[in-house]
Design a protein around this ligand. Sequence first.
Ligand code: M6R
Length: 608
Amino acid sequence: MCGIVGYIGNNAVAEELFAGLKNLEYRGYDSAGIALNDNAKIEVFKASGKLANLDAVLQKNHVEKYVSHMGIGHIRWATHGAPTIENAHPHLSNDGNLVLVHNGIIENYKELRQELQNKGVVFHSQTDTEAAVHLFAEEYKKCGSLEEAVRNSLPKLKGAFAFVIMHHNEPDKIIAVRKNAPLIIGSGQDENFVASDIPALLGKVSQIIHLDDDEMAIVQKDKVVVKDIHGHILNKKLEKVDMQADVISKCGYAHFMLKEICEQPAILRKVWQKHIQNQQIVTDDAKIAVNWDKVKKVVIVACGTSLHAAMVAKKVWEEWLHLPVQIEAASEFIYQTNLLDENSLVIGVSQSGETADTITALKLAQKFQAQIMVLTNRIDSSIVRYASSVVPLDAGVEISVAATKSYMAQLAAFYWFGLLMAQKMNKISASDMAEKLQNLMQMPEKIEEILSHQEYIESVAQKLAHHSAVVYMARGFNLPTAYEAALKLKEISYINANAYPAGELKHGPIALLDENMPVLALFEQGQTAAKLLSNCEEAKARHAPVVGIGGRKASDIFDDYIETPEVEACFSPLLMCVPIQLLAYFAAKTLNREIDQPRNLAKSVTVE
Ligand code: M6R
């Protein structure tokens, strides 16, 4: 979502901040700004829209002329107030001395705003953040110390925040503080950084400190002191940055999305190598602290693409384990009459590990003493704090806002974890296990075969791109794939796509069908194929263009057919996600969309 960078050191500050923000661009944002603690005063530069606009502002103002050894920067994804210059961060106090950037949401901002306005404080934006600036500034007037002013104000703030703050009278330090929003400190030689996420610091530092909730860092050029909320010094560990700079390079691909789609066979190979050995599923048991004897019910909570991966898990696990699996959109889970207890295993799935809805759902599960596990691509993220078991997805950093390789890695994790559960619960024979593992091991090669048909898939996508809406339909294991296909197409091409269980079409959506509404059917082996074909006939009879995706083509009614290698139905979601990702990608490319950073979307959604 929003991104934060802070720098204190001898380099050109504006350049350092800009470079850091550039590396966070992938998170999705709609305005940007930086503030420099210049000798004369705090200078703030802001722009709505993309970083190129901020760059133009910096150039116009000859930013290089300012003498500053410290500054803070921000990219904002609008929540409270439109993406205007006034609402962009950094926000400055009315005396022009205190400036801050903020990620998260101040839930009680209206009350704070009213209180401050009653005291005569003037507000200039619609943001929740501005209440915090004035709160800190009022407190500073009383105590004359930035550190104390922030510490004294924190109890008054409700919600989630990562703040990075400077005061003109204290030109030797940046204060960073967090609660329920990520923040890290990058430690360098005679320079230090603050950032909301590691990519901002790639190539800059090799060691970082992860701040935890209710911790404050006092960041100076040559030292960093971390304190708890009461001001006691904490002994925080420096950790090695475990990320390569090339993760933020397109490596010759036109877009990160295409690069990430093409990385999928390699990711699968890596995951299988780690978890499949000697015809068994192996894993680091220290990280998976599930009491298997107690598991009577499994609930998976997630959002968006992660939710679709969870839907696949439900279908596969119920078939393999004969254990009821409940799937909930995390944002709705919190309103349920929860029937959880210590015999429930609640699994949170999140690529980013920062999704507020999923984290809130897990906090609720904690109250019911459920066992909690998370599947995440970021083992350094906030979500791991709420789980006793953590499964890393090992997809590598995903830059494109549209999730692709992380979906594949989530599916992979659900498949091997399903087999692990079957092993632990004695629900699988050795021969069945061997056969399933064999199927999994063959997937990377089969995906490579699909990737080799990109040209044909692009030609199908070019036709779809001429329509303003499409329908996806499926039966069985690939119904979640259909949901994912519709989501992917919507989010990057802005074509309205809906997905239905194929049998549901005749109960209403069929009214939509005519020659302008393509229907895409996802085929898998087994009992569902014949009925799905009949549903295609029904669509064809209404003049809808019909596109089939799946194993060998079984009829001539299709206008186009994307053939995928034949696999047993329960494994086909691992293959079928690839053509639907490519269709979305090429449709968006045809329409010249901003594929890696679609409008209105953010990579990690840290608000509920
Ligand atoms: O980081 P998470 O997996 O928790 O994110 C969940 C959704 O926000 C995410 O999958 C979103 O739907 C993506 N834009 C899908 O491409």
